[in-house]
Design a protein around this ligand. Structure first.
Ligand code: DX5
Ligand code: ZN
Length: 231
């Protein structure tokens, strides 16, 4: 298994978001995305409270783990109560669990949860929504292996990219150590990936840009998403 937090990646990493996959053929879609050159899989968990949508629970994560035993699973908890849910997802095969700074009462609150996730042998990640001031993350970054900047308001796939978050990414990048990944999530496609990479993001989540296209195109899409054109 390639662990994206072990070494600084030589090229941007692509994390297909299975929210846009065909749930009736989920194992096949996950394997096909990895065979097409994806680096890890992104699993979006929604509780109908923190975001106005429901997605999947730990059983789906366990099924993905079974279908892809060697794939790094990046679980994004869009939930009001990550304290109640991080363990079931780790037990179901998550390699990284991220939660939102918006649900934490303080920096210390976030750091403590990161410690609990790490104690269970899993990597902790922290997520920030587009309207949230980047200063909310101050004092927390060292506790996390991955910082996820939302480039849409979370809840649904297929939304338009919010370019204003790129500045947030640039500042966070300047604060990170080599082992920490900077991920962006929402509206990433062939028109937006370049600006994300140029702003310092090293891990790109893409749902509809991959799964809503015919499988035969996935390999080329993934290659193009991670290309950096120097101009
Ligand atoms: C949004 C989710 C995203 C989403 C990305 O709430 O966190 O991961 O699935 O989907 P696209 O790439 O279609 O914007
Ligand atoms: Zn996500």
């Amino acid at each position: 298994m390639i662990d994206p937090c072990d070494h600084p990646p030589k090229r941007p990493l692509i994390a297909p978001s299975i929210l846009a996959a065909d749930f009736a053929n989920l194992g096949d879609d996950c394997r096909a995305a990895m065979d097409a050159g994806a680096d890890l899989l992104h699993i979006d968990i929604m509780d109908g409270h923190f975001v106005p949508n429901l997605s999947m629970g730990p059983a789906i994560c366990a099924s993905v783990r079974k279908a892809c035993p060697d794939t790094f699973l990046d679980v994004h908890l869009m939930v009001t109560d990550p304290w109640a849910y991080f363990r079931p997802f780790i037990d179901s095969g998550a390699n990284l669990v991220s939660f939102h700074i918006e649900v934490c009462e303080s920096a210390q609150h976030a750091i403590e949860l990161a410690g609990q996730i790490r104690e269970l042998g899993c990597r902790p990640g922290i997520v920030i929504n587009p309207p949230t001031d980047v200063r909310a993350l101050m004092g927390t970054l060292d506790a996390f292996d991955l910082i996820l900047v939302m480039s849409v308001n979370p809840g649904f796939g297929g939304q338009a990219f919010i370019p204003e978050v790129l500045e947030k990414g640039k500042w966070i990048r300047s604060q990170l150590a080599e082992h920490q990944r900077l991920e962006i999530d929402g509206g990433i496609n062939l028109s937006t990936s370049q600006s994300a990479i140029k702003s310092g993001f090293d891990t790109l989540v893409a749902g509809s840009a991959i799964f809503n296209k015919p499988r035969i195109e996935w390999c080329s899409i993934i290659e193009q998403l991670r290309e950096t054109q120097v101009c």
